[in-house]
Write a protein that binds this ligand. Structure first.
Ligand SMILES: [Zn+2]
Length: 390
């Protein structure tokens, strides 16, 4: 099956056609033909967004904690939501999270799994394989690893003894997987602990990093570790200044994640904007750097840099068509790319392709009904609120 987007403005190329065959970008150029053609005229064609840190099963909790500090969230909410979910709750929550992601042009999510009981994990793996979203499933109970898991999700050295984190990294390495963990959201020193234990490497993906010391950023870069910042959550919950600039200045390529929805919306536009604004408040930064963070840097951060994250022949076809920027198509690419960061929202996500399959067309999700999924998950938020308060 071949598909061609006709005459869109392709990021990095200008006005062109994009030909997709068997889920792969075959060519970007002029006069390309495919079995199915989609008119992309007036649309900006960008790589699908890559969210490298989300606790997907918490999707029903949107807006539950606009004033919630990190400590309260960790002690009250995380405990209840994970433990209280039935298998059906897990299925519906993950469907909701996946549908919200695709609706917003997010084509890949690293799910740092918010559920870890064996029956929940089995349900999660099954349902995530059916949603159409590209999911890197981070198994958050590594001692009970499923062969289908794509990554090890470790709480990390701020919350666990180093020998436990070492065991998690070891389990991942046995399987050739990455380990994804939180670090530095509340205090520094976590990276140094892993460094001193000889555990750092390019297969270790960190999230947050706000309070890390300067030498810890150097360690991350020296060992090829990757880092995701989650701007909205970190700024709202008081993690401190974003690690974006310090990691970038040390030579790293920061990625972006949504993290949790309790004080957030599930799209990368909000993350890019919050990241840009936070860094602009402290210095200069080109807006389009945030678009890189939300696409190619994200792909690289979770070991998928060769497969996704940019529009190139040979890469998997994870592609988004955006409306609303046609008036800029003659401008400097820095303006067009920057405008995706400053001036676009989920309402501008016209068409979404994942692995060559159309999952959103003309502004409408193909296989998912967001309203129905929200209704199915209503009671999860209500129950969690009651339990957290009680
Ligand atoms: Zn997190």
């Amino acid at each position: 099956m071949s598909l061609v987007f006709k005459r869109g403005y392709v990021l990095g190329h200008g006005i062109a056609d994009v030909l997709i065959e068997n889920g792969t970008i075959q060519a970007i150029g002029d006069n390309l033909d495919g079995k199915r053609a989609i008119n992309a005229s007036g649309k900006l064609i960008v790589p699908g967004f890559v969210d490298t840190h989300r606790h997907m099963a918490q999707a029903p909790l949107r807006g539950l904690g606009p004033d919630m500090p990190l400590g309260y969230y960790l002690e009250r909410v995380v405990q209840h939501i994970g433990a209280s979910m039935t298998v059906l709750d897990v299925r519906n929550s993950l469907k909701l999270a996946a549908a919200e992601a695709m609706n917003a042009g997010v084509t890949t999510v690293l799910d740092w799994s918010a559920v870890s009981a064996p029956d929940q994990v089995d349900a999660a793996i099954e349902v995530l394989g059916q949603t159409g979203l590209r999911v890197v499933f981070g198994h958050s109970n590594p001692d009970d690893m499923r062969p289908e898991a794509d990554a090890v999700a470790s709480l990390g050295p701020d919350y666990l003894p180093v020998d436990v984190v070492a065991r998690h990294i070891g389990l991942a390495r046995e399987r050739g997987l990455i380990t994804s963990m939180h670090v530095g959201g509340q205090h520094g020193g976590g990276v140094r602990k892993l460094h001193d234990a000889g555990l750092l490497g390019p297969d270790v993906h960190f999230v947050h990093g706000n309070r890390l010391e300067d030498d810890e950023f150097k360690m991350l870069v020296d060992y090829g570790c990757t880092l995701t910042v989650t701007p909205v959550t970190e700024l709202l919950m008081g993690h401190g200044d974003l690690a974006y600039r310090r990691f970038a200045e040390a030579g790293g390529q920061p990625a972006l994640g949504v993290d949790v929805e309790i004080g957030n919306v599930p799209d990368m536009f909000s993350e890019m904007r919050a990241g840009l604004m936070a860094e602009r408040a402290r210095g200069t930064l080109e807006a389009r750097e945030m678009l890189k963070a939300a696409t190619i840097n994200g792909a690289k951060a979770i070991g998928l840099g060769d497969a996704i994250g940019s529009l190139e022949a040979g890469k998997r076809a994870d592609i988004v068509l955006l409306t609303g920027l046609e008036h800029l198509f003659g401008e400097d690419p820095a303006v067009i790319e920057g405008a995706v960061v400053t001036s676009v929202g989920t309402e501008d996500v016209h068409t979404v392709l994942i692995d060559g399959t159309v999952v959103k067309l003309d502004g409408v999700l193909v296989d998912h009904d967001l309203r129905e999924l929200r209704e199915l998950t209503l009671r999860i938020a209500r129950r969690t609120l009651a339990a957290a308060a009680g």
